[in-house]
Design a protein around this ligand. Structure first.
Ligand code: BGC
Length: 788
C-alpha cells in the first residue's frame, strides 16, 4: 500500500511537496514525525488537530533538559500540546475514519515549511463539510507558531464548536517534567500557561490566541468562552456557518523559555515574570500580523535558505530530488544555528526518542553537511563541544582517566554523560537491562576531534583553533594517553573492553575503528603541541599551566603521546585475505546467513531468532564499522583491500541502524560499484520518507539526513578532504543527467555541477588548488570546466 506520494507538486512546486494520500488511524506517528516543523529552537510534531488513539503529540524547545526524577536520565521535556482542536459539527465530533472521508490529502511543503490538510468529511448525519487545516512554525520569529482551520459546510448549515488552547497534560512517555505555575486569560482572549521544569527549573511560557473570520472578515461577534482545567486552558468557540460559507479559526501561539538565547547577555536566567511578559508581548505582535503575513515572513527566510542550500538533481527516473530536499529540510530545522549551548538530538526535535540527546551522529554524520555548506553553523556545533569539555573532564575523572572523555550521550552543556545506564527491566527475571554505551562506547571522543580537524582544514578558521580547538585536541588526547593499556605479553598498547560503532558487539578488545581514531586523535595532539610551542606561545602557556595544575607538563604529554602512538596496536589486514579484523577474535565468530534479516522491512529481526548473546558470537553487525573507518581513513590500506573489506563486511552487516546505508553507499561509489551504491542511497533516502509507516514514530533519524547529504556530495559528488586539499572525484549515477551542489572551501563559495562527462565548478571566491578527477588543478575565480 502506498500512502506517501512525492509527486504531488507540479510546475514550480515539482519535487517540493510530500503528500500523505490516505488516512489510517494506526499510522498517525509517521507524518507526526516526518512532517515535523521547526527552526532549531522549537520542534513541533505534526499531530492532527483532533486526537487519535496512537497519537504522540510533542513540542520541544532546544536546551530545556530536565530530569523527571533522580533515577531517570535527563531529557528534553514535551512542553505542551498547542495543536489540539476538538471540533463539533452539528453535534457530531469531527474525527476521521477510513469510511467517512470523501477526500483526503495532507502535505508538507518543503519550500515554505507549511503543512496543509484538506478533508471532505461526511458525518453520520449525512452532513458534508470541507475542512482545511494549515500550520507552520516560523523561521523568522522562532517563538511563533501559526495555524488555522477553515470549515465550509457543503450541503447544510452547520453549528460548529471549536475547543482549542493549551494542554500541558502531555508527558514524555508518562514522565512529567513540568509544574504548572500560572494560568491566565488576558483581555478575555490571550491564553497563557506558565510552567517550570521540575529539576532544572527552566521557566516556560506557552501563549495562544484565536481569531475568527467569517467569509474572510474578522469578527468579534463569536460566542467565546474560556474553560480551564488541570494543566489546561482552552477557548470554546461557537460558530453558525451557513451552507457554502467559510468560517476560519486562526490560532497564533508563542513559546518562550528562560534558557532562550536572548537572555544569555545578562549573564543570569530571567525571572518567571519576564519570560511570561515576553511571551505575551510577542503573541500580541504576532496576532496583529496574522497568519498570512507571519507565514510570508517565515517563507522569505526559507527562500533564502533554499537559494543557498538547495541541491538540484536532474533525474527523471525516481524521487531522489524530493528525498534530498527532505533531508535538507530536516537538517535545517534540527539545529539552533546561533546557539552554542545546544547540540542536535538523534531524533532532532521531532520526537521523544533518544531523549533529545546528542551522539556521534552529530559529528560523524550531520556535521560534514554544515562544515561544507554552512561553516558558521559547524563552528557553533564545535563550540557546543568546547563548552562540553567541562562534562567531558568530569566523565574522565569519574572513570579514572585524565583529560576529557566526551559523553556518549550529551544534553545540557554541564551535564557530562547522560546515557541511561538502566534502560528497562527483563520482565521474566526482574533483572535490570543495562546499557553500556555510556561507559564503553568511547570512540565519540576522537570522532569529535576528527570532525574538528576536518573543519579546520576546510575553513582555515584559526580563530576557532586559538580559542577552542587546540585545547580540545590536547585534552582529548590526554584521555587516550591515560586510556591505553600496556599489554606485556603482546608488547604493545591496546584498547580493551569497548563497544565500537557496531553496537551488537559489547566488551570487545581492539576495535579497529576505535584504535585508529584514537591514534589519529593522539597524532593530531602531538602535532599541535609542537605547533603551538613554536607559533602560539600564549596558548602554549595556557595549556602548560593547565597541565601543571595536574602535576604534568606539555613536554611530558608530547613525549608520552609519541611513544604510545608508536606502540598502539592498529589492526592490520590479514595477509591472505586483506580483511582487517573488526576486533580481536572477529574471524573466529560464527558465520550465518543474514539475507532474511537484511531484507526484512523492519530492523532488529535477527532477534526474533537469536538472543543478544547469540548475536554477540556471530559475524552479524548492526551498522558500518570497518566500512566507516575506511570511509574516514582511506589511506590506512590499499584501494584493493578497501574493496575486499567492503564486500566482506557488507555481507555481515544487518544495517539495523540508520547510520549504515549511506556510508556503505559512499564507499560503494568510491569503489565504482554503481548499482549497489545507488540502491543503498535510495534505501537510506527513504528511511523516514518511504512507505514503511511505523519506523519513524519516535522521531526522524537525524544522522541519516546528514548521511543522505554526504551520500550525494561525498559519494556521487566525490568530495573529500584529503591531504589538506579538496578532492573531487565524481561518480554521476546513471539515473541522473547531472546534479549541482553548493559547498564552501576555505571561505570560497563553490557551486559544483557533476554531469556524465565531467565537472563544472563555479568559484565565487579566489583561486585555489584542488584535486579534481585525479589532477591537481587551479580552480580559478568564476567558471571552471573539467572534462573526464
Ligand atoms: C546506533 C548508534 C547511534 C544511536 C543514535 C544507535 O542505534 O547504533 O550508532 O549513535 O543509535 O542514533
Amino acid at each position: 500500500m502506498s500512502v506517501m506520494n512525492y509527486r504531488k507538486g507540479t510546475g514550480a512546486e515539482t519535487s517540493w511537496i510530500i503528500e500523505e494520500t490516505s488516512f489510517h488511524e494506526k499510522y498517525t506517528g509517521k507524518c507526526e514525525s516526518i512532517f515535523t516543523q521547526g527552526n532549531g529552537y522549537l520542534g513541533l510534531r505534526n499531530s492532527l488537530e483532533e486526537r487519535y488513539v496512537d497519537t504522540v503529540r510533542g513540542m520541544f524547545i532546544t536546551g530545556t533538559f530536565n530530569k523527571a526524577s533522580k533515577e531517570e536520565a535527563t531529557e528534553l521535556p514535551n512542553v505542551s500540546d498547542i495543536v489540539n482542536m476538538e471540533i463539533e459539527l452539528n453535534g457530531e465530533r469531527f474525527s476521521m475514519t477510513e469510511d467517512n472521508l470523501k477526500e483526503y490529502s495532507r502535505t508538507l511543503n518543503l519550500y515554505t515549511g507549511e503543512t496543509c490538510r484538506n478533508v471532505l468529511w461526511e458525518g453520520k448525519n449525512g452532513n458534508v463539510v470541507q475542512l482545511s487545516f494549515h500550520r507552520f512554525v516560523s523561521y523568522k520569529n522562532v517563538h511563533v507558531i501559526g495555524a488555522y482551520v477553515e470549515i465550509k459546510p457543503v450541503n447544510c448549515d452547520v453549528k460548529a464548536t471549536v475547543v482549542s488552547g493549551i494542554n500541558a497534560q502531555v508527558t514524555n512517555n508518562g514522565a512529567q517534567h513540568l509544574t504548572e505555575v500560572s494560568k491566565r486569560a488576558f483581555d478575555e482572549k490571550y491564553l497563557q500557561m506558565g510552567m517550570v521544569t521540575t529539576e532544572s527549573e527552566v521557566v516556560i511560557a506557552v501563549s495562544t490566541v484565536h481569531d475568527v473570520f467569517l467569509d474572510g472578515e474578522k469578527t468579534e461577534e463569536t460566542a467565546y468562552k474560556i474553560v480551564d482545567d488541570r494543566r489546561k486552558i482552552h477557548a470554546k468557540i461557537q460558530l453558525d456557518i451557513p451552507k457554502g460559507e467559510t468560517a476560519r479559526v486562526e490560532k497564533i501561539s508563542t513559546v518562550h523559555s528562560s534558557r532562550d538565547l536572548e537572555y544569555t547577555g545578562s549573564g543570569k536566567e530571567p525571572d518567571k515574570e519576564t519570560v511570561y511578559a515576553n511571551g505575551l508581548e510577542n503573541l500580541k505582535e504576532a496576532e496583529c500580523k496574522g497568519y498570512r503575513t507571519l507565514l510570508q515572513e517565515s517563507r522569505e527566510v526559507w527562500e533564502a535558505i533554499w537559494k543557498k542550500q538547495d541541491i538540484v538533481i536532474d533525474s527523471r527516473e525516481d524521487d531522489a530530488q524530493v528525498a534530498v530536499r527532505f533531508a535538507l529540510y530536516h537538517l535545517q530545522i534540527m539545529v539552533r544555528k546561533e546557539d552554542n549551548r545546544v547540540g542536535i538530538g538523534a531524533k532532532a526535535l521531532s520526537g521523544e526518542g533518544y531523549k533529545g540527546h546528542s551522539f556521534w551522529d552529530t559529528e560523524t554524520f550531520i556535521f560534514p553537511y554544515f562544515q561544507m555548506a554552512e561553516p558558521e553553523v559547524a563552528r557553533t556545533l564545535l563550540e557546543f563541544r568546547y563548552k562540553g569539555l567541562y562534562g567531558a573532564r568530569k566523565k574522565a575523572k569519574e572513570n579514572g582517566y585524565k583529560g576529557a572523555m566526551y559523553p556518549w550521550e550529551a544534553a545540557w552543556i554541564s551535564d557530562g554523560e547522560v546515557t541511561p545506564y538502566i534502560t528497562g527491566v527483563n520482565v521474566h527475571t526482574g533483572e535490570p537491562l543495562i546499557c553500556l554505551t555510556g561507559v564503553i562506547e568511547q570512540h565519540i571522543t576522537s570522532d569529535i576531534i576528527f570532525a574538528l580537524w576536518q573543519y579546520y582544514t576546510a575553513t582555515g578558521d584559526q580563530d576557532f583553533m586559538d580559542r577552542y580547538g587546540y585545547e580540545m585536541i590536547i585534552e582529548t588526547a590526554r584521555f587516550w594517553n591515560s586510556r591505553l593499556e600496556w599489554i606485556e605479553e603482546n608488547n604493545r598498547y591496546e584498547i580493551r573492553d569497548v563497544i565500537g560503532p557496531d553496537e551488537y558487539k559489547e566488551h570487545v578488545d581492539n576495535n579497529a575503528y576505535t584504535n585508529y581514531m584514537a591514534h589519529e586523535n593522539m597524532r593530531l595532539a602531538a602535532q599541535v603541541i609542537a605547533c603551538i610551542r613554536d607559533e602560539k606561545k600564549d596558548i602554549y602557556g595556557k595549556m602548560q599551566k593547565l597541565m601543571q595544575e595536574e602535576g604534568t607538563s606539555l613536554e611530558q604529554l608530547e613525549e608520552e603521546l609519541k611513544d604510545k602512538m608508536k606502540k598502539l596496536y592498529l589492526p592490520q589486514p590479514d595477509e591472505k585475505t586483506g580483511i582487517i579484523p573488526q576486533f580481536d577474535g572477529y574471524f573466529d565468530l560464527k558465520e550465518i546467513d543474514l539475507s532474511v534479516y537484511k531484507n526484512a522491512s523492519v530492523v532488529g529481526t535477527v532477534f526474533h531468532d537469536y538472543s543478544g548473546e547469540d548475536v554477540q558470537k556471530m559475524q552479524a553487525g548492526k551498522q558500518a564499522d570497518i566500512v566507516e573507518l575506511l570511509y574516514q581513513m582511506e589511506d590506512i590500506t590499499t584501494p584493493d583491500n578497501k574493496a575486499k573489506n567492503y564486500v566482506y563486511y557488507e555481507a555481515r552487516t544487518l544495517h539495523d541502524s540508520s547510520l549504515s546505508k549511506a556510508i556503505h553507499s559512499i564507499t560503494a561509489c568510491d569503489l565504482g560499484m554503481e548499482k549497489e551504491a545507488y540502491e543503498m542511497f535510495m534505501s537510506a533516502a527513504l528511511t523516514d520518507l518511504g512507505q514503511e509507516m511505523k519506523s519513524s514514530d519516535a522521531g526522524i533519524h537525524s544522522a541519516n539526513m546528514g548521511g543522505v547529504w554526504q551520500d550525494v556530495v561525498m559519494g556521487f559528488g566525490g568530495v573529500r578532504i584529503h591531504d589538506g586539499h579538496l578532492r573531487i572525484r565524481p561518480n554521476c549515477p546513471k539515473q541522473w543527467e547531472k546534479f549541482t551542489y553548493p559547498i564552501y572551501w576555505k571561505g570560497n563559495k563553490l557551486d559544483v555541477t557533476v554531469c556524465k562527462d565531467g565537472v563544472e565548478v563555479i568559484n565565487e571566491g579566489t583561486a585555489f588548488m584542488a584535486e579534481i578527477m585525479g589532477q591537481m588543478v587551479t580552480v580559478e575565480k568564476g567558471k571552471n570546466e573539467f572534462l573526464a
